[in-house]
Design a protein around this ligand. Structure first.
Ligand SMILES: NC(=O)c1ccc[n+]([C@@H]2O[C@H](COP(=O)([O-])OP(=O)(O)OC[C@H]3O[C@@H](n4cnc5c(N)ncnc54)[C@H](OP(=O)(O)O)[C@@H]3O)[C@@H](O)[C@H]2O)c1
Length: 289
């Protein structure tokens, strides 16, 4: 039986199945992504938010996405499926700092029950390496390198940072970590341009499909640069609220759009399960490049 039920599916341009039968059954449908252009990787993003648009309670030990989703199995399954579909996953340093030191950005870590199905889909059907490349973006380089993700030789990681960040990471011993590469890129006030990140990932790591897992600061910059092609959003049926002394981030922080330049999306699919909605949007044609 499916983990979700499909209410709308407008992704009808493909004849052949992308997902194997068991994954198709769990997702109640297929999942295709458009090819990347020659200019940059295809970028998909994935978030979970409350009904009032909050993505983090910003409370110690309770600020991750699983508190927002109530550790919803279908949300975790879709997260794993998107990871299994991507060549690389990008996260900002704020998101990394907020998760347990043991966290891994692998499909099976998101949803262990489908670990073997993800592997079969990823390795046998898509001919990708077992694990996607993890990409961490940090201006400061102030990252805790004792984390499991930096000490698991099978899972490659790259830290994209500034020259100041690279010095900080060197000081912290990054050069001794076998599976971690550090790349310094030009920045403006500590901020690296999303297009420069994409260009590096495409040219040096052969990334064609990139999954953006946030957080809101990094995601806002990708949106503002016009490089987000698809947006998956789980709408979790709880309300977090806000008051003056707590900044509870929405999907985008640090960037505000105005009517006329705000990005618009069209719906690709809508799924549901037990009061949760699983939305998939694609950037409207003519917006971004
Ligand atoms: N509900 C969800 O789906 C979801 C998803 C993701 C995250 N979150 C939550 O969001 C919160 C974190 O929010 P956040 O906005 O701080 O996260 P973030 O975007 O992951 O992290 C911000 C940090 O990333 C680095 N960064 C971002 N853009 C950069 C750029 N262009 N160039 C260089 N460095 C850049 C900077 O690191 P340095 O400080 O090292 O310079 C910056 O301080 C957490 O509570 C997390 O759990 C929720």
């Amino acid at each position: 039986m499916g983990l979700v039920r499909t209410l709308i599916d407008r992704d009808r341009e493909y004849v052949e199945s992308a997902l194997q039968q068991k994954l198709r059954a769990l997702y109640d449908g297929d999942l295709h992504f458009r090819r990347s252009s020659t200019a940059r990787p295809f970028v998909i993003a994935n978030f979970v938010s409350t009904l009032d648009g909050v993505v983090s309670f910003e409370m110690k030990g309770l600020s991750g996405g699983s508190t927002i989703s109530g550790s919803n199995p279908a949300d975790r399954f879709i997260m794993g499926l998107l990871r299994a579909s991507a060549d690389a996953i990008v996260v900002g340093a704020g998101t990394l700092r907020d998760v347990s030191a043991k966290s891994l950005w692998t499909p099976g870590y998101a949803y262990p029950d489908a670990k073997h199905l993800y592997k079969e889909y990823r390795v046998n059907a898509q001919h990708k390496p077992e694990y996607p490349l993890l990409v961490i973006v940090s201006g400061s380089g102030r990252l805790e390198l004792k984390r499991t993700i930096f000490r698991t030789p099978d899972i490659p990681a790259v830290i994209i940072t500034t020259s100041t960040g690279r010095d900080e990471l060197t000081r912290r011993g990054a050069a001794k970590l076998g599976s971690v590469e550090v790349h310094a890129l030009k920045s403006s006030g500590g901020s690296i341009a999303p297009r420069a990140i994409l260009q590096l990932l495409q040219s040096q790591f052969g990334v064609k499909t990139l999954l953006h897992e946030g957080g809101p600061t990094l995601f806002g910059q990708f949106l503002a640069a016009g490089v987000v092609d698809e947006f998956f959003l789980t709408l979790s049926p709880q309300i977090a609220g806000r008051n003056g002394d707590a900044t509870r981030p929405a999907v985008v922080q640090g960037v505000s759009f105005v009517p006329g330049s705000a990005p618009w999306f069209e719906m690709v699919s809508l799924k549901e399960k037990a009061a949760y909605l699983y939305l998939r949007y694609r950037r409207r044609r003519g917006q971004g490049t």
